[in-house]
Design a protein around this ligand. Structure first.
Ligand code: AL4
Ligand code: ZN
Length: 260
């Protein structure tokens, strides 16, 4: 059927037709205004237990490039902060702009970053399957990490070197031994709020944990993501994968909390 995308006809402003929750009360991303975030002393630090994580593959799903993990046990989890129990690492992926344009989904006081990394975790304590969790109000916890342009990132090449193997939608290749810990900034201070998936089906199932400190990558490294294509290898129309971000949505009756 007519699939959603990021173009003029099938992009974020059209998603509400097939996914009415797009106009819901806890949609993501949002513009985060630091001065209006509530500093909450009951908010403890987050802990990322990734040392036993097992990456499986890297894939192009026609919307982004995704690295998936073995989530058959609690070997790699995020816990603490706003979370009532550990959430299991499932995958990470990116959103980015066109050359020289902003491409993050969350913005900070109206300012976007070049890109945004999402590390997706699910509540396997309360839900039997990932699919169930993805549709439940406390089902997912996504860590958002901003990417700003500067020097080369010393570990991102492990991902950009693999991008040529997943150029087209529907391609996937083995990607073992990658630990997302190497993509974290030095500080784990964060903002947190209740939101949604930023792509269809836009389920309002995400506790967002957005790190305040960006990581730095080079324009050259980020440019490698733009070699990816939205289309499959067999499709005539070649569409460069870029600007795969949803703009900020209405905060409605929500508050953003800030870790200390
Ligand atoms: C292209 C499809 N993207 C989604 C696929 N999934 C949802 C459905 O799964 C059963 S998901 O849970 O892996 C996530 S997380 C995520 S974001 N940008 O908010 O972090 C988007 C999606
Ligand atoms: Zn995302």
């Amino acid at each position: 059927g007519h699939h959603w995308g990021y173009g003029k006809e099938d992009g974020p402003s059209a998603w509400h037709r097939q996914y009415p929750v797009a106009k819901g009360n806890r949609q993501s991303p949002i513009d985060i205004i630091p001065n209006e975030a509530r500093r909450d002393s009951t908010l403890g630090p987050i802990f990322l237990k990734y040392d036993q994580c097992r990456s499986l593959n890297i894939a192009n799903n026609g919307h982004s490039v995704v690295v998936e993990f073995d989530d058959s046990d609690d070997r790699s989890v995020v816990l603490g902060g706003p979370l009532d129990n550990p959430y299991r690492l499932k995958q990470f992926h990116f959103h980015w702009g066109g050359k020289g344009c902003e491409g993050s989904e969350h913005t900070v006081a109206g300012v976007g970053y070049a890109s945004e990394l999402h590390v997706v975790h699910w509540n396997a304590v309360k839900y039997k399957t990932y699919n169930d969790a993805a549709a439940a109000p406390d089902g997912l916890a996504v860590l958002g990490i901003f990417l700003e342009l500067g020097d080369d990132h010393r570990w991102l090449h492990m991902i950009t070197d693999a991008l040529y193997t997943v150029k087209f939608k529907g391609s996937a290749t083995d990607f073992k031994g990658f630990n997302p810990k190497c993509l974290l900034p030095s500080s784990l201070h964060y903002w947190t709020y209740l939101g949604s998936l930023t792509t269809p089906p836009l389920h309002e199932s995400v506790t967002w944990i957005v790190l305040k400190e960006p990581i730095v990558v080079s324009e050259k490294q980020l440019g490698m993501f733009r070699m990816l294509q939205f289309n499959g290898e067999e499709e005539d129309q070649r569409m460069r994968m870029e600007n795969n971000f949803r703009p900020p949505q209405n905060l409605k009756e929500r508050i953003v909390r800030s870790s200390n």
